[in-house]
Design a protein around this ligand. Sequence first.
Ligand code: SF4
Length: 566
Amino acid sequence: MEADVVFLHPPSIFDFRERPILWGPINDLVPSKSVFEMYPIGFVSLASTLQSNGFEARIVNLALKMLRDKDFSPGNYLKEVETELFAIDLHWLPHVHGAIELARLCKEIHPDTPIVLGGLSSSYYHEEILESIPEVDFVVRGDATEYPMLELVRGLRDGNDLDAVPNLSFRSGSTIEVNDITSVPDEIDSFSLDYEYVFRSVLKTRNLDILPFQEFLTRPIMAVLTRKGCDQNCPGCGGSSYSYSKLCNRSKIALRSPEKVVRDLKNIEEFRAPAFVIGDLAFPDEEYGREILRLLKKEGLSIPVVFEFFTPPGRDFLMKLGETVGNFSVEMSPESGIEEIRVEAGRRYTNDELKQSINWAFEAGCSQFDLYFMIGLKGQTGDTLNDTLEFIDGLLEKHSDDNLIPFISPYTPFLDPGSLAFEFPEKYGFTKYAETLMDHYELLDSGFTWKDFLSYRTDEMSKNDLVRLTYESAIELAQIKEKHGIISADKLEDLSEKIALSKRMIRLSDAKNTGQLDEEQLEASLTELQERLLIDRGELDWSNGVTARRVMAVLKKGIKTLFTPA
Ligand code: SF4
């Protein structure tokens, strides 16, 4: 394969196929497997920007290839690649092991080909990366690296001085050069999550290397970006206002225009796939969302759309949403049923406000309302978790005829670098077990279970407590769901068995340090364990799987994009 730039997405743990791993609830809230095979969607925007500026760019989801084919050899594959630049994502820190190992492999096979890393985590650790990983030549920092990447590729091609490439950190002899982050666009209309590029690439290359995640063809969901940045400061979030200003030099939100958001939704409609709108349309300025709904009403939209809300939306907004989008779902993360703990987690609204909003959403025709609760929050104890489960039980009692689906999961495996909790752990009630990039790498490299990977504890919960309470809460929540008819008795039993097995794995792993571990027994047990422990994937599926209509729509759209100039 030949291309000017090859974007490579690594698995979170590079040798995941060669050693037993108990992933636990690491991936339960995203549509990908435990190896986090879903690449950051910014890859698509980066590749299509390069492509439209005359450079051949290819995206290879290496994690997915490794997942789909146990015999697939990344080394053999890379030997066949000819490129001027490898670009590897290190956006989410759980990819630190995969990103570093992949960079090492690329350099071993192609010693003269430069390697660039990008994403929020590499922006945070750019200096350490260049100091301690000699295989990596560049880091592009910030949240909008399309222009810096283009300038880097041009600079490498023309042999230009790289001092002029914005947002770039690079090695120059024995020193690390850090260019200022000056590419921070306020206008983000020109960046789009161009799914046409994805399908064009599939048709052109006749392979599925670019698929964003394993189930993309059977359970697709396509994201619509509404903004870059955030004006909130939830302590555990690496995408907060504080983090964006520190890592990306972004001091305020950049919003995509309502016209572009509507156009993106209409484009996705052509694929007959569900859409996920990233960013609360009603917050901080409800008028922004209202304008999108006004425009959308004129156009009409026939696909299911999932909307996330940071704070409970008002009745009028939800009614407008229901009138405009026939099939809509809602996601909210109240984090805790205890208001004081929720406020500490950055969400300033009451249980009554949340309850009202849920009522209005169903009144407006909401087809599914997902509520996410977290384990491991400041001030949270076993007792407050029980109170949260009671709160959930009460909500389900009230909404016995509605499709209200609660989830509960811990922050795993790491605190987000650059988040307030990471920067000021004492103030926010955390103790960190990993500070540097390589500390996190080591946790994944030497660890065996998700308990080993955890990079923190809270003031109230040790690692043991976090694991124990996660499993106890998962069982209790499943019992509540079974009581309300959300899951079957069989599913509850299945989950209980899986959790019992997981707990056994953790005990075995704990015994590793005392030399008691029987590897054979461990591996045999692991093969019995299903990857997903806490959430039924079906509950996250808004797509109804593959339909003949969707396949036809994708083919039609694919053919159309193939014959449309890029
Ligand atoms: S979790 Fe909070 S800080 Fe992070 S993106 Fe959402 S609203 Fe912003």
